[in-house]
Design a protein around this ligand. Structure first.
Ligand code: GDP
Length: 365
């Protein structure tokens, strides 16, 4: 599955947010640095009102949401790339995630120690990003010369890798993220992806604000939104304190609590949706009397790949996908109505799945 890594300086609210996200108390929040030593991995259900609509029409016994993974990666401080504060081992965990959720402290609280002495989320973001950049720089400073040597010896793969990673190295030496690298072809793209450079991963900034600023944000979060816009990253406003309160509530009580605070949806919902966008993910559905279920695939994936998310046999023996668009499914009142109205399509191997498609796979075993 797809995973987002939660990073940020100590005491910005990462664990509080992670706990709220996973609705567990697994990662213990505490007012001192390096509390979370092991990276914590949690699966979060992706809220999607369409799933309940489908389940209602089909009279499905249960609903199964699709999930997005979150990893709480603590221990990043100034100097992490040089091994300060347990830093180096955590950088390894960040290489393995698909996107970075960067939590920034945008709340003032004299009782909560700020490791850098004052609340300044832009300066904090720069500290973390510098460490990530240095980590990439260090890994490529060793790798690129080795690849160049192999390339000179006639190794074709090494030549491709040396070219694209050399480009990334130049950017990093210039203080720019590896994400700005432009691979020339699919082979370069493959080598670039395999390098798992941290600064090539998409970023979502999460501005952790006080309760009072949860709806509109504050001067701190405004600065981060400016930064995100300039970089082409995304940002959301969340109050980790509110989110952890909501996590303990019954679902019925949540909406009342939210509207009292002037909020339309939970911060978690916003983070998950932004994470989905960031990773270029879409959802398709399967539905039957037993269950209505949502599944995740990358935008641009074809029908057999979608089948493969459910089971590898479905992909191997793929024949066709009986497909109904979400709007057609609702308008026709379900399967039978859609079939009658000619809205059930027989799609083949080359069909590119659309967000919201309701699919039934036909396959050989
Ligand atoms: P981490 O080190 O980044 O994982 O930070 P924690 O989640 O452990 O939070 C550090 C401290 O800040 C804890 O005492 C939290 O209760 C507190 N905290 C987290 N979010 C907020 C917030 O939005 N407002 C306030 N006032 N305190 C918060």
């Amino acid at each position: 599955g797809f995973r987002c890594g939660i990073v940020g300086l100590p005491n910005v609210g990462k664990s509080t947010l992670f706990n709220a996200l996973t609705e567990t108390a697994a990662a213990q929040a505490a007012n001192y640095p390096f509390c979370t030593i092991e990276p914590n991995v949690g699966q979060v259900a992706v809220p999607d009102p369409r799933l309940n609509q489908i389940a209602e029409i089909a009279n499905s016994q249960r609903v199964v949401e699709t999930q997005l993974g979150f990893v709480d990666i603590a221990g990043l401080v100034r100097g992490a790339s040089k091994g300060e504060g347990l830093g180096n081992q955590f950088l390894g965990h960040i290489r393995e995630v698909d996107a970075i959720v960067h939590v920034l402290r945008c709340f003032e609280d004299d009782d909560i120690t700020h490791v850098e002495g004052k609340v300044d989320p832009v300066a904090d973001a720069e500290i973390i990003e510098t460490e990530l950049l240095l980590a990439d720089l260090e890994s490529l400073e060793k790798r690129v010369p080795n690849l160049q040597k192999k390339a000179q010896g006639g190794d074709k793969e090494a030549k491709v890798a040396a070219s694209v990673l050399g480009q990334a190295l130049d950017l990093l030496r210039d203080g720019k993220p590896a994400r700005l690298t432009q691979p020339k072809d699919v082979d370069e793209e493959r080598h670039f992806a395999q390098a798992q450079l941290i600064t090539a991963k998409p970023i979502l900034y999460v501005c952790n604000v006080d309760e009072a600023a949860a709806a509109e944000g504050n001067e701190f979060s405004a600065k981060i939104f400016e930064r995100a816009k300039a970089e082409g990253s995304r940002a959301v406003i969340v109050s980790a304190a509110i989110e952890s309160e909501i996590a303990t509530m019954e679902p019925e009580d949540r909406s009342v609590f939210l509207s009292d605070l002037g909020l339309k949806e939970t911060g978690l919902g916003r983070i998950i949706r932004a994470g989905y966008d960031l990773l270029d993910l879409i959802t398709f559905f399967t539905v039957g009397p037993k269950e209505a279920r949502a599944w995740t695939i990358t935008k641009g994936a074809k029908a057999p790949q979608a089948a493969g998310v459910i089971h590898t046999d479905f992909e191997r023996g793929f024949i066709r996908a009986e497909t109904i668009g979400f709007d057609d499914y609702i308008a026709c009142g379900g399967d039978a109505g859609a079939r009658e109205a000619g809205k059930l399509r027989q799609e083949g191997k080359e069909y590119v799945v659309t967000d919201g498609d309701i699919m039934l796979f036909r396959f050989n075993v």
